[in-house]
Ligand binder design. Sequence first.
Ligand SMILES: NC(=O)c1ccc[n+]([C@@H]2O[C@H](COP(=O)([O-])OP(=O)(O)OC[C@H]3O[C@@H](n4cnc5c(N)ncnc54)[C@H](OP(=O)(O)O)[C@@H]3O)[C@@H](O)[C@H]2O)c1
Length: 397
Amino acid sequence: MKRVVVVGASGSIGRQTLEVARARRDRIRVVGLAALRDDAFLVEAARAFDVAALAFADAEAARRAEARLRSLGQGDVRVEGGPGAVARLAAWPEADLVVSAAWGAAGLEATLAALEAGHDVALANKESLVVGGELVVRLARARGARLLPVDSEHSAAFQLWQGRAHEMRRLWLTASGGPFHGRPRQELEQARPAEALRPPTWRMGARITVDSATLFNKGLEVIEAHWLFGLPYEAIEVVVHPESRVHAIAELKDGSFLAHVGPPDMRLPIQYALSWPERWEPAVEPEPPTGWGALRFQPVDREAFPALDLCYEAGRRGGTAPAALNAAKEEAVLAFLAGRIPLGEVVRTAEEALRRVAWRPATREALLLADAEARALARERIARCEGYARGEEGARP
Ligand SMILES: NC(=O)c1ccc[n+]([C@@H]2O[C@H](COP(=O)([O-])OP(=O)(O)OC[C@H]3O[C@@H](n4cnc5c(N)ncnc54)[C@H](OP(=O)(O)O)[C@@H]3O)[C@@H](O)[C@H]2O)c1
């Protein structure tokens, strides 16, 4: 029986993790749940799974959850809120494994806290490795804790890798291509949320869907793969595969290729991260090869999707560069979803932060500083863009 804490429990990955846990009550016991502020969902889930502890990054949400649990006669559930509360739950000794599935750079704190406590981490929060790869990998090694990938491509690569690392030449990550694949660049440039929120294959949260539309998501996954598998950037390739059946391809030394195939359903890689080193009965109905249809593989149009090369550049520069790029991108995605800027601006805002935020070696303090500087810069740029769009005098994006 694995005792599991789910960070980001109310999100898309968190809810699917709970679905898997519900189906595998014989193997998984959910002991703790954390989120930013969705107290209604966490209280409901705490009751359904008989969870011992809840944590919220937002202190007010914790107060609401506590009051609600008391009124339901469940005052024995431990509830914490405010700065440090989520990290404390991630480090809770009652857990064996932490599913790190918060959104964005905010997820790094819980990942580090879980590893510090020696817990294995099922890692969905790719930003933990994008922002703090060096720290995370070093800490996992020092504590003898494992990073079990949840991202479908990395879960696939992990399965291809096992026992075969010495035979590998290159890793190919697949990308669905998003709604702008094969479209003129201008369409992505001008796109508004309604156009970007049309994921072709996967069912995901809004923010990661926007990142998939620009290929930022794939770029972040390249950095994630670099840290997970210790691969140089030259050995990580991206290929567009619109059907999303093949999730990763390992190119071996002798020129043969091994591919991992599965339906585009996150419950599969989530279950594998929870079950590892075992493999359990299917979490979703298996799809026989006769149902796969034609599988296409196409090169990425790097001119139409400059975000991909920005991520390679940030990854190669290392230090605080990926943290700056990612933080500005996060701010810009929120502004985009609020209808404040078009999609092309998301990419330019992130690029400006990559160019202008001072590079530093990746210490915890330096990463926080780079994150804050990049967000300030992004907010300024977004405000300038809005002024420009309104035709304000002197305003320039
Ligand atoms: N969705 C997918 O299919 C998918 C696939 C692969 C990888 N991922 C990765 O998984 C991560 C989560 O993605 P998602 O799509 O599940 O995101 P999402 O639907 O936006 O959910 C985000 C979750 O994080 C919580 N959260 C936000 N800030 C937090 C904080 N400071 N402390 C604790 N919890 C916090 C949110 O709580 P509230 O609900 O209270 O705001 C929510 O539970 C991302 O890194 C993403 O790249 C997602």
